[in-house]
Design a protein around this ligand. Structure first.
Ligand code: AMP
Length: 192
């Protein structure tokens, strides 16, 4: 089993790269952002709660997010591992993920692949995506800046935790999609 944390600020290309990794290595992607958006679309209680944070560009509280991820991980699946996209985003979530992966899958996180993209490029990409994605949090510059601020305030510490475990690998996230995928593939081959 290979379990990968795909890491990086909003707009760094995690979702796009996850698609290529899924196909190449037969993995299942779990995107907490997608799960929240699914709940918002279906107007569930969880969706209503999450929306109040997402619309401001803030993080949804840890326990809510951790419970949702745990439920998703417990669903039966044939994949050979998982890609965690957009999770963990805090130190608490990082610790929780380690425990959940142990308890539910009897496995470990193998690597944290971090996509590096400078802020000005992130803002450009998110605004462009907002033209077609219909995501309210992509269409407003203030919300976008808040999401990037949250990333540096709360999420950057996740990188430090994986660095300490020797599991943190940076990959340049600017360039052609296929080129970036090739670099990610090479990093995964190293740990297989
Ligand atoms: P994303 O699609 O990963 O950019 O996530 C969109 C929004 O969903 C974020 O700005 C947060 O408000 C919320 N969200 C997604 N994943 C998490 C997480 N792991 N912890 C807290 N909030 C999250």
């Amino acid at each position: 089993m290979i379990n990968i944390v795909l890491f990086g600020p909003p707009g760094s290309g995690k979702g796009t790269q996850a698609q290529n990794l899924i196909e190449k290595f037969n993995l299942k992607q779990i995107s907490t952002g997608d799960l929240f958006r699914f709940n918002i679309k279906n107007n569930t209680e969880l969706g209503q709660l999450a929306k109040s944070f997402i619309d401001k560009g803030e993080l949804v509280p840890d326990q809510v997010t951790i419970d949702m991820l745990t439920d998703e991980l417990k669903k039966p699946c044939e994949a050979q591992g998982f890609i965690f996209d957009g999770f963990p985003r805090t130190a608490t979530q990082t610790e929780a993920l380690e425990n959940i992966v142990k308890e539910v899958l009897n496995s470990d996180i193998n690597v944290c692949l971090s996509l590096i993209v400078e802020d000005t490029v992130l803002v450009e990409r998110l605004l462009k995506r907002g033209e077609t994605s219909g995501r309210t949090d992509d269409s407003n510059k203030e919300i976008i800046s808040n999401r990037i601020k949250e990333y540096y305030a709360k999420t950057a510490e996740v990188a430090e935790l994986y660095k300490k475990q020797g599991k943190y690998v940076e990959v340049n996230g600017v360039g052609a999609i296929e080129e970036i995928s090739a670099k990610l593939f090479a990093e995964i081959e190293k740990i297989k």
